[in-house]
Design a protein around this ligand. Structure first.
Ligand SMILES: Cc1ncc(COP(=O)(O)O)c(C=O)c1O
Length: 392
C-alpha cells in the first residue's frame, strides 16, 4: 500500500485549503461569495518587466535561453540585486552573499534544509507565515513559537524566550513589515535581533517580503543595515508582492554567506535554477523599482482607507497600517474571540471571505485578516456587507 511519509502528517492543514473548502460549500448553498482572503496582487506585472521576459525568451541569438538557469546564469540579475540593495538600503553585498531563489516560500524551506539537523530547534515569531514551521518539519527540526503580541507592538520579546530554547535554537524567523499583523520594525529592533543572534549563535532569518508595500511616507529598513548584520543574518527578498510577480516565482536571499551558500547547495541538488528570461526580467524589475513602487502603493493606500475608515465607522478600534497589503482587525466581541466562528458566520451570512487569525497560530486568535489585493469595487461591496453584518 502506498502511504505518506510521517512528515506529511506533521504538517498543519494548509490554511487556504480549509478556506477554499468553506467557500465551495457556501457557493453550493447559493451564497454569492466575494473574497478578501488571499494576498495575491490583482494588478498585472508592469509592462516593462513582461516585455523583457518576452524579448529575452524569443531572442534567437541567445543560444542558452531555454537551458537550465543554474548553468546559464544571467549576470545582470545578481548585479542588479547588489545595485538595488546599495541604492535602496545602502547595504553593500559581495557576490557570495547573493542567491537567486524561486520566490521566498521555496527558499525559506531550503534554508532550513540547509542549516538544520534532526532535533534542532528553530524559533518562529507567531503569528507568522506558516512556512517557517514547514521548513522545520521537512528538516525534522522542531519549532518554538515566540509570541508577538499587541502590547509589544507585535515585535519579538527576546527576553521572554526561554534559556533552553536560546541555547538549542539555530535560527530565528522574523518578518517586518509583518504578515499578518501589518506591524513594522525599526532599525533599533533589528539591532536587538542581531545582538540576540550574536549572543546565542542563532541565525536571524529576516523575511522581507513586504518591504516595498509601504504607505504615508514610511520607508521600511533592511536588517542588513545594522553594522555587522551579515555575521548572523540573512534576508529574503521577494519580487512577488513588490512588483506583482507572485506567479513568476522569483526572489533572492542575501546576507550571511554561509547561510546563502547553504541555500545554494540545497538548490543545486533540488532545482536547476530559474529560466534565463525570468532572470533578465527580475533584473529589469529591480532597475525600475523606483518608478513602479509608488504607483502600486497608491492602489493599496486607497483600498486600505476604504477598509479602515469603514470599519472604524462601524465601531472597530483600528490603526491604519503603514505597510503590507493587509488589514489586521480584532474579531467583534459577540464572537467571544473566535476568529474561526466569525469568519464562518461572515461567509455564510454575508458571503465575505476573510482569513481567520487562528490560521497563523494560537497567538493570533481573536483577529482576522483582510487582504487588499482585490479590485476597489469588490472591496467596497465586501466592506458594505461586513458593516451590515456587524450591525446585526
Ligand atoms: C511573510 C511572507 N513571506 C513569504 C511569502 C512568499 O512569497 P513568495 O511568493 O516569494 O514565495 C509570503 C506570501 O504571502 C509572505 O506573506
Amino acid at each position: 500500500m502506498i502511504t505518506f511519509a510521517d512528515r506529511l502528517d506533521k504538517l498543519p492543514p494548509y490554511l487556504f485549503v480549509d478556506i477554499r473548502q468553506k467557500i465551495a460549500a457556501a457557493k453550493e448553498q447559493g451564497v454569492d461569495v466575494i473574497s478578501l482572503g488571499i494576498g495575491d496582487p490583482d494588478h498585472p506585472t508592469p509592462d516593462p518587466i513582461v516585455e523583457t521576459l518576452c524579448q529575452t525568451i524569443s531572442n534567437t541569438e541567445d543560444l542558452d535561453r531555454h537551458r537550465y538557469g543554474c548553468d546559464n546564469p544571467v549576470e545582470d540579475f545578481p548585479e542588479s540585486i547588489i545595485a538595488y540593495y546599495n541604492r535602496r538600503f545602502n547595504v553593500k553585498l559581495n557576490d557570495d552573499q547573493v542567491a537567486i531563489t524561486m520566490g521566498s516560500k521555496d527558499a525559506i524551506v531550503k534554508l532550513s534544509l540547509g542549516i538544520l539537523n534532526p532535533g534542532d530547534i528553530g524559533i518562529a515569531a507567531s503569528p507568522g507565515y506558516p512556512t517557517y514551521n514547514i521548513g522545520h518539519v521537512f528538516s525534522s527540526a522542531t519549532t518554538y513559537y515566540a509570541p508577538i503580541l499587541r502590547e509589544n507592538n507585535f515585535l519579538v520579546d527576546f527576553d521572554a524566550i526561554p534559556d533552553e530554547v536560546k541555547r538549542l535554537a539555530k535560527v530565528l524567523w522574523i518578518n517586518y513589515p509583518n504578515n499578518p499583523t501589518t506591524a513594522t520594525a525599526d532599525l533599533d529592533f533589528f539591532k536587538r535581533a542581531i545582538e540576540f543572534g550574536r549572543q546565542y549563535d542563532i541565525l536571524i532569518a529576516h523575511d522581507n517580503a513586504y518591504s516595498e508595500n509601504t504607505y504615508d511616507g514610511y520607508i521600511s529598513p533592511s536588517i542588513l543595515q545594522v553594522d555587522g548584520a551579515d555575521e548572523v543574518a540573512v534576508e529574503f527578498f521577494s519580487l512577488s508582492k513588490a512588483f506583482n510577480m507572485t506567479g513568476w516565482r522569483l526572489g533572492f536571499v542575501v546576507g550571511n554567506s554561509t547561510a546563502v551558500q547553504a541555500v545554494k547547495k540545497v538548490k543545486d541538488n533540488i532545482d536547476n535554477g530559474s529560466l534565463r528570461a525570468l532572470q533578465f526580467a527580475g533584473a529589469k524589475a529591480l532597475s525600475i523599482a523606483d518608478e513602479i513602487t509608488p504607483k502600486l502603493n497608491k492602489i493599496y493606500v486607497k483600498r486600505r482607507d476604504i477598509v479602515v475608515d469603514s470599519l472604524i465607522e462601524s465601531g472597530w478600534l483600528l490603526d491604519k497600517p503603514k505597510a503590507t497589503m493587509y488589514v489586521w482587525a480584532p474579531v467583534p466581541e459577540r464572537f467571544d474571540g473566535s476568529s474561526r466562528l466569525f469568519a464562518t458566520e461572515l461567509l455564510e451570512n454575508a458571503g465575505v471571505v476573510v482569513t481567520p487569525g487562528l490560521g497563523y497560530g494560537q497567538w493570533s486568535e481573536g483577529y482576522f485578516r483582510i487582504s487588499l489585493t482585490y479590485p476597489d469595487d469588490i472591496i467596497q461591496t465586501a466592506i458594505n456587507r461586513i458593516q451590515e453584518f456587524s450591525s446585526k
